[in-house]
Design a protein around this ligand. Structure first.
Ligand code: LLP
Length: 424
């Protein structure tokens, strides 16, 4: 499904011209396709149906209430990593009893908040956390539902900053500690071990890491049952890759081919925590060219979108397709390398750091002040990682549904920037 297409030499989101939205709501501007969000979630729901999954959309990828509502209405549950994310899930009208809660540093307040809301389970990452959940569950007179997070020491071949399932990462625990804690849970009336959790990294473009994790899980589930645990859930986390460049992102069914058999063999229902796969290609970030300049033998296009909006290029050297909203040259399949009629360009923002760029040495059609540029695949870890750095108000977010348009976050004002500050 292609929510963003060029028609009559102009970019559309579903049935709405992107330039119309930019004129009406200003730039930089996030534009999301509702149909695409539903389509991506549907792909996962269908592909994994045989494992009776609870799909827990990973809130960290994009936590806007409007997006969470679309997910909830389409039958998704949620993966949270903070009390704030749980609060958002509730505010979106979703049922917290199917929520899973991961993260290495859950505070007592967050644990209490989650227990009071009867979440499905905690993904427990350490013995200290296990003890904290037990203590707070005892205080509340409830049983803490948990999965233990295994660090399976599998190399998912992601960016060093987003790998999580390798020995030496801060996440989860090795198999020896995992088994010790499983024994400890058996002796604790305030805890129940319901499942096993692994998250290997993000994004993962091959199925091999999941296949290895699935095999490991089957073994571990059998050993836990032998000890007397009633294990019902296998949670293999998130991490499904998407196409940032061309068609490198596998279909959901490709991942399902290796994951569903493992869940069935383990005799468990499946939990998945997809974030990027669902929301990544649902959005573009539209920016306007402020100036262009040639300096040091380079052409710089300076736009109003910056690293405070989309930090991924600065943080992970990540690649995003970029193309004018009204191009003089049609966007080719492959935007890397030489393109006739185009010139190597550095697309940068106004922030006072050299890391404030969206693309370097990228062949782009001629651009001038006032032109609009779309940055593609911006829906995941875009707005959710944005900041007010350089005192830049955060951009507005728009949800498009066919020809209808909804503002799901208004643009921040200068007054918003100082609203929480308490000067003398
Ligand atoms: N579950 C757990 C426990 C996670 O840590 C993550 C992501 C997910 C699920 C969702 O992963 P996804 O399906 O979205 O790949 N900011 C980085 C990505 C960081 C991912 C952190 N954990 C980026 O922009 O690439």
């Amino acid at each position: 499904m292609q929510p963003f297409v060029y028609r009559n030499d102009e970019l559309y989101c579903e049935d709405v011209p992107v330039s119309r939205l930019a004129a009406e709501y200003g730039t930089p501007l996030w534009i999301y396709s509702k149909a695409f969000l539903r389509h991506q979630l549907g792909q996962i729901q269908q592909a994994f149906a045989a494992a009776e999954p609870v799909i827990c959309y990973s809130v960290k990828a994009n936590s806007n209430l409007g997006i969470l509502q679309v997910m909830h209405e389409a039958g998704s549950s949620f993966d949270v990593v903070s009390g704030g994310e749980l609060y958002r899930v509730k505010a979106a009208g979703a049922d917290p009893t199917k929520v899973v809660f991961a993260g290495v540093g859950k505070t007592d307040e967050e644990i209490r908040f989650a227990l009071e809301n009867r979440i499905l389970m905690f993904d427990v990452e350490s013995e200290a956390e296990l003890d904290a959940i037990s203590r707070i569950a005892a205080e509340l007179g409830v049983v803490g539902p948990i999965a233990l997070r295994l660090n399976p020491d599998i190399d998912a071949k992601t960016h060093a900053k987003t790998t999580t399932g390798k020995k030496g990462n801060k996440f989860g625990m090795d198999i020896e500690r995992f088994q010790e804690l499983a024994d400890k849970v058996l002796r604790d009336p305030h805890l129940e071990l319901l499942g096993i959790h692994m998250h290997l990294g993000s994004p993962i473009l091959t199925t091999e890491p999941y296949e290895l994790a699935g095999r490991k899980a089957v073994e571990v589930v059998q050993s836990l049952r032998a000890k007397g645990h009633n294990i019902r859930w296998l949670n293999l986390g998130g991490g499904f890759g998407i196409s940032y460049r061309q068609n490198e992102g596998p279909a959901a069914s490709v991942y399902a081919e290796v994951i569903v058999p493992a869940a069935r063999e383990a005799g468990c229902r499946l939990v998945l925590e997809p974030g990027r796969f669902v929301v990544g290609n649902s959005a573009v970030l539209v920016s306007r060219v402020v100036f262009t300049k040639r300096e040091g033998g380079k052409l710089f296009v300076i736009q109003d979108g910056a690293m405070n909006d989309l930090i991924r290029p600065a943080m992970y050297d990540s690649f995003h397709r970029l193309w004018p909203v009204r191009p003089q040259v049609a966007m080719p399949e492959n935007v890397e390398g030489e393109i006739p009629g185009c010139e190597k360009t550095d697309v940068v923002g106004p922030i006072c750091e050299s890391s404030d760029y969206f693309a370097k040495d990228r062949c782009l059609p001629p651009l001038k002040r006032g032109d609009l540029l779309a940055t593609f695949s911006a829906g995941a870890y875009g707005m959710s990682m944005s900041s007010n750095y350089n005192s830049r108000p955060r951009a507005a977010e728009i949800l498009v549904d066919g020809s209808s348009v909804k503002v799901i976050r208004r643009r921040e004002t200068y007054a918003d920037l100082v609203a929480h500050e308490l000067p003398e």
